[in-house]
Design a protein around this ligand. Structure first.
Ligand SMILES: C[S@@+](CC[C@H](N)C(=O)[O-])C[C@H]1O[C@@H](n2cnc3c(N)ncnc32)[C@H](O)[C@@H]1O
Length: 245
């Protein structure tokens, strides 16, 4: 079986896990548009479908059939994975979402009625998302003291981080990974960048933070991560898969 066939079969299995009669159908879960990000802003069903595919790719990357035995820490969580894992009853052992958006986190914490799920708002400075917060440090309280996670995900988050925060986030996440766990994040990898980093869109700070691959590898190594694999699914940002070094 080729890798693509395996992914297709995994995604098909996840789709079969979707119970049409579920009380928590992703669309019925009804996240207000103001809390949705990216393409999903306009088309919630397409966004949820794409998240199902992403979960399939993640499961394949970490070598499990689904996330039923996986404790997930999702930083810069938005609503996407909640819509899939909760909204469509796709298995997950535990899910802790962290984000800068106070109102969105409040919405999720009040509307997701499942003890496996928890949420935490943090207030840290980001030139694009939050201009009032304190600087990000590895010691920011993300509401998960003493816990460890099998999967730490940051989708479309490092894509908005300046070098200082990129490195702080790698150090922060390292504190929460289980011994056999994985970190998966996306990034704009761009070998035309001169120096380490380029803020790609003039006048829109951190809308697209571009990095050279060797810089990402250097930052990861410094934070005690080992980069397992970097790949780029069609029409997506690069995915970076790390294990604790
Ligand atoms: C483009 S959205 C992606 C949301 C979600 N991961 C997804 O794939 O749909 C980026 C999210 O990261 C959050 N974010 C940005 N910088 C952050 C930081 N330093 N700590 C936590 N969340 C952050 C933003 O508030 C925003 O919700």
């Amino acid at each position: 079986m080729t890798v693509h066939t395996r992914i297709r079969s995994l995604v098909a299995r996840l789709r079969r896990a979707i119970a049409p009669e579920s009380a928590n159908d992703g669309v019925e879960f009804g996240v207000p548009q103001q809390f949705r990000r990216g393409a999903g802003r306009q088309n919630q069903r397409a966004s949820v479908d794409s998240a199902v595919d992403m979960i399939g790719t993640i499961a394949k990357e970490i070598g499990v059939p689904d996330l039923a035995d996986t404790r997930v820490l999702d930083i810069g969580c938005g609503v996407k994975f909640t819509q899939v894992l909760y909204g469509r009853n796709i298995p997950a052992k535990r899910y802790h979402g962290v984000d800068l958006d106070r109102r969105m986190i409040k919405f999720l914490a009040s509307n997701v009625r499942d003890k496996r799920f928890s949420y935490r708002h943090i207030s840290v400075y980001n030139e694009m998302y939050c201009r009032k917060g304190a600087p990000l440090t590895p010691n920011v309280d993300i509401g998960a003291a003493g816990q460890e996670f099998d999967l730490i995900s940051l989708f479309s988050v490092f894509t908005h981080l300046a070098p200082r925060d990129f490195q702080a986030m790698l150090a922060l996440t390292r504190k929460y990974v289980a011994r056999d766990g994985h970190l998966i994040f996306t990034s704009f990898i761009d070998e035309t960048v001169e120096g380490e980093f380029m803020d790609f869109v003039p006048g829109r700070p951190l809308l697209r933070a571009h990095y050279r691959e060797e810089v990402i590898r250097k930052y990861a190594t410094a934070a005690n991560w080992s980069v397992n694999r970097i790949f780029r699914p069609p029409k997506q940002q690069h995915w970076v898969v790390c294990r604790p070094a």
